[in-house]
Design a protein around this ligand. Sequence first.
Ligand code: PLP
Ligand code: ZN
Length: 557
Amino acid sequence: MLTHKDTNRIELECINCHTRIPLTKSVAGCPQCGENILEARYDLSLINVQEWLKAIKQRGRGLWRYFEVLPLYDPANIVSLGEGGTPLVKSRALASMLGLRNLFIKDERQGPTASFKDRQATVAISAMKEIGVDSVVVASTGNVAIAYAAYGARAGIKLWAFFPSLAPAEKMREAAVYGAEVIKITGTYDQTKEIAARYAKRQGLFLDRGIKSVAAIEAMKTMAYEIAEQLGEQLEGGQRWRSPDWFIQGVSGGMGPIGVGKGFREMYDFGLVDKMPAMGMVQSTGCAPMVEAFNRGQRIATPVEDPQTIISTLATGNPGRAYELLYDYVAKYGGHFTSASDEEAFHATRLVARNDGLSVEPATAVAFAGLFKMVREGVIKPDDVVVVNCSGHTMPVETQILGDQWQRSVDVSERAHTPLPPQEGLASAMEQIDAQVRRVVVIEDTPDAARLIRRVLQAKGAEVHLAHDGATGLQIVRQMRPDLVITDLMMPNVDGFEVIDTLKADPDLQHIPVVVITAKELTAKERARLNSQVDLLLQKGSTIDEDVIENLVDKLN
Ligand SMILES: *Cc1c(COP(=O)(O)O)cnc(C)c1O
Ligand SMILES: [Zn+2]
């Protein structure tokens, strides 16, 4: 294999003034114009492209088979867990339901940490090893931190992972399992990024630069290489590589489609593929700054200050330059920005799972919901070759192996100007409720919380009846005979405790399971009382008492 160690020829090109400089340790921006996005350029003049394709075929599965176009000088620095080389699965039932003849799913769930962030981690952590970094700070809604934590552990690089509080606790725990320092910021993802950057600066630690990181973009690019090679095999009998007509992804910061776009551009320039794919970017309706700007025909996005989605992976409110790059891509090669609501995403999850046997994470469900829309609107045509980027981070993590020091909290909400999404803890609590229940009575006096609970349960297919106080709640329970009662504790007049006492004293109603969702700090006595009467106790504040929930969940099962 020809390595960059021999040729020493990786260069960076400024995307603004096209100045080229060698890739070295200290590059932070363009020395000519100050632009801080630089793209890697490889000199393939020493390689016969056809020979190269043959050589690649002989190599092992995984993204490092494209070593000649990755930003690492010495292969000895590769930190790998067997990432990349994920299957490109042809959809059958879902495709025929949509009337698409060539729908492919790039199954990134099958990587070491179950999302395409494995790619970013292997390239970025390897590059850090090459330049001698020993600890790194990253801000993440989950998947990047988990992937960096795993690869960092393997490389002996310490990770400081900053999460917004909206990120599911499971994801924070999983990062902690790998030995990362987990810092939860009570604030938005954009605020979390700022705090992480300040922390890195103050401590003199290496900061992951996100979209401005050469390694990250180059890593995402490997999806394009794999897709071209795999589509070549599946549609062209392995005779040549080929581009899809569409690449679709759920988008937050935009790193995936930017990297994938760069990959196809490179292959096009090398003569490996003969077209550029259109790019389909799907955002969550509650946090869709790119889509909103695109619909207004604007190249600059207005940040969303207060993202309203429970899909934390897609909660980048301020996409910054990434949107400009994607906007330019779409203007030049085609594509579309669209959004899907959380409900549409839940619905899509079911359709994908039931039709094609893939259980995907909510961020991926958003991509599928967007695909459905683009097909319905005729943006995507029946004969188009479509590839959807699919991840699935659903792995729960055992709390016992961590002890209770796995998380630190920093609350910046007082200083922040924007209100916090009220539903953060509640949303993750809702996910724990069994999907089998059909008819539910919800007794909740806070309108926002009531709406959210109803929305999530309805998305799970339940029939939901709302009551805003205890007395009405009891009346509806008697009428409806539900499969489940969900109640708040603090309500005017008849409070939750009284509701539960009344239900449990009534022979006709005492069998109905009761779930308590509360923001109240419980005394030991109250807790003991609830323990004997209630099937599940969930807390909507950020102070979730894990032990209580664990206990009650065990009891339920
Ligand atoms: C990171 C991530 C996204 C968003 O990726 P960007 O390309 O950075 O916008 C979407 N889905 C999943 C599963 C992710 O892990
Ligand atoms: Zn420049």
